[in-house]
Design a binder for this molecule. Structure first.
Ligand SMILES: Cc1cc2nc3c(=O)[nH]c(=O)nc-3n(C[C@H](O)[C@H](O)[C@H](O)COP(=O)(O)OP(=O)(O)OC[C@H]3O[C@@H](n4cnc5c(N)ncnc54)[C@H](O)[C@@H]3O)c2cc1C
Ligand SMILES: *[C@@H]1O[C@H](CO)[C@@H](O)[C@H](O)[C@H]1NC(C)=O
Ligand SMILES: *[C@@H]1O[C@H](CO)[C@@H](O)[C@H](O)[C@H]1NC(C)=O
Length: 507
């Protein structure tokens, strides 16, 4: 074979049979990486060496920013974390031209059992955190799904999961942030100390400063979740019960729903318990040989009966991790086959970062044309209407539905009511659109217009086709602009949020 033939052949394998690369290379490397990082984190936490190293590591961030400050400041700043390492599908093109600041902060610093908080560095992942907290009988108030999501990404973007109807988004149960600002200083902020900065940090996407630690609220945890599955064959009924459960005075601790078609889905409500009751069976869904969770949920729909199960707590928290919700079925089509699961399931899932690193241009183009990854956040009363519109424009199933509360705080996520809080629903659409006439840009723009018109928000990690004006209308920039004006060198160092998330600066 000539070089060109070899190259086309490799490209062909990468695009058409990506699973081969995933199996032969990615899964084993991912496993070694997982074992090493779990071991390392355990040792650092046990030796309690992280807090001492923290001060030194923050100084290193400061000295890099100060070096930029001493120069001509002709470039802007961003973290040095390569785009392929982040969970979001897109990579920022700006990483190449901005000055990259190494923020190598990966440790859990302290668990405060008295005040029920955990202090951690920004690159701590959700998997690492739930593993650290579980033996102490604790859990984060909300554990965003997917092991590899980081504290930094969730603080600067957002985090939502099935207990968010009680505790809100990630920002609502973070109590303090420590940041290195563009002038090289270190500040801490909370609702009482530098409150403007504190409320502007969430959804700022790294455009105010570098996060170096966060103090986050934890809650007592129990061993299992008692999860009740209720199937529905009518959207209006599912929607009605979903809203009713979310708004109850004493709601279940966990609420989520999956839609499998426009009119059928399963509502799941759960509570923490210490013992397995006799009204349901024990189901360790996190075991390597277990069937993908969304497939198990679908069976409750086929059975058309209410069912109860008892699931180990961490298995529940990371229930969608092994199949990345349902994204993995497109990459490893036979990943849920019993033979594969029993033989090789323990290798799953591959590291998202490695998947992205080995993704050829051709696959990215394919995703551009025929793949949707979006979370749209709308006030919960618009749920049914939103599903109608999403069905017409995308027709992607399953759809993830998760209720969450937005507290009436200052900042970019301004709600249009005077009440203390407002209930929203996260509508997660991940997959290949089947709607007739689907075209990436016009279809997404129509969805964005719907979301804006109904006082909703688009998640920052997803592709946005809004103009700067539309984006600034969706997110209230009043406090954000004020904070940027007041912080020395902030506007020299960082673009606006839109400057980091619009489609032109991402590939
Ligand atoms: C398949 C899929 C499923 C998802 N599921 C969920 C879900 O269930 N729940 C949920 O809440 N979200 C979910 N998300 C979205 C997720 O919340 C965002 O991607 C989020 O921003 C976290 O990503 P990350 O940890 O990889 O952070 P990154 O993408 O690395 O960071 C996001 C931004 O934050 C900034 N940032 C990060 N660290 C720092 C720092 N130390 N200082 C300054 N700025 C910083 C960076 O500038 C970056 O632009 C999902 C995303 C995908 C692709
Ligand atoms: C708990 O919080 C209080 C008030 O914020 C503080 O004074 C105290 O030092 C904290 N306890 C610990 C162990 O840090
Ligand atoms: C599901 O069960 C209900 C009764 O519990 C019944 O009314 C309905 O027709 C069933 N739906 C399907 C699709 O079997």
């Amino acid at each position: 074979m000539t070089a060109i033939e070899t190259e086309t052949f490799l490209e062909y394998i990468l695009v058409e049979h990506r699973w081969i690369i995933v199996m032969v290379a990615l899964l084993p490397i991912s496993l070694i990486w997982k074992i090493w990082s779990t071991f390392r984190n355990y040792v650092v936490f046990k030796l309690n060496s992280a807090p001492k190293m923290h001060i030194k590591k923050v100084k290193e961030v400061q000295s890099q920013v100060k070096a930029w400050l001493a120069g001509d400041r002709s470039t802007r700043l961003c973290t040095a974390r390569p785009g392929w390492q982040a969970m979001s599908f897109r990579q920022g093109i700006y990483k190449k031209t901005f000055t990259n600041i190494k923020v190598n902060l990966v440790d859990v610093l302290e668990v405060d059992m008295e005040n029920m908080t955990v202090r951690c560095e920004p690159l701590v992942t959700m998997g690492q955190l739930s593993r650290t907290l579980e033996p102490l009988g604790l859990a984060l108030a909300v554990v965003p799904e997917l092991d590899q999501l980081t504290v930094g990404g969730l603080v600067m973007g957002t985090g939502v999961e099935s207990s968010s109807h009680i505790y809100g988004l990630f920002q609502h149960f973070c109590l303090q942030y420590e940041l290195v600002l563009a002038d090289g200083s270190v500040v801490t902020c909370s609702k009482d100390e530098n409150p403007d900065l504190f409320y502007a940090v969430p959804w700022s996407y790294g455009t105010l400063g570098f996060l170096t630690s966060a103090v986050i609220k934890v809650v007592p945890a129990k061993k299992y979740i008692r999860l009740e599955y209720r199937p529905y064959n009518k959207l209006s009924e599912l929607s009605h019960h979903f809203i009713e459960e979310s708004l109850k005075d004493k709601p279940h601790e966990f609420i989520e729903a999956l839609l499998f078609t426009k009119n059928s889905g399963v509502l799941m409500t759960g509570n923490m318990v210490d013992k397995i009751g006799d009204d349901g069976k024990f189901n360790p869904i996190g075991k390597w040989y277990a069937e993908w969770f969304f497939k198990q949920v679908e069976r409750h729909l086929t059975n058309n009966r209410t069912a109860v199960e008892y699931i180990p707590l961490r298995d529940y928290y990371h229930r969608h991790t092994r199949s990345f919700f349902w994204e993995l079925q497109d990459i490893i089509p036979f990943g849920n086959h019993p033979i594969f699961r029993y033989l090789l399931g323990w290798l799953m899932p591959p590291e998202v970062s490695l998947l992205k690193l080995t993704q050829p241009e051709a696959v990215t183009k394919l995703y551009d044309k025929a793949h949707v990854i979006q979370d749209m956040l709308v006030p919960v009363e618009h749920l049914e209407k939103a599903i109608d519109v999403f069905h017409d424009e995308f027709e992607v199933y399953p759809i993830w539905l998760c209720p969450f509360r937005v507290f009436n705080h200052p900042g970019q996520l301004k709600i249009k009511t005077n009440a203390d809080s407002q209930m929203f629903v996260d509508i997660g659409v991940y997959g290949v659109p089947k709607a007739k006439g689907y075209e990436t840009v016009p279809s997404t723009r129509r969805i964005e217009a719907f979301v804006s018109k109904h006082d909703g928000f688009q998640m920052l990690y997803a592709d946005t086709y809004t103009t700067r004006e539309e984006f600034r209308a969706m997110f209230d920039h009043t406090l954000y602009d004020k904070v940027r004006d007041s912080l020395p060198y902030c506007k020299d160092a960082f673009p606006e949020i839109y400057g980091k998330v619009n489609r032109n600066v991402r590939k």
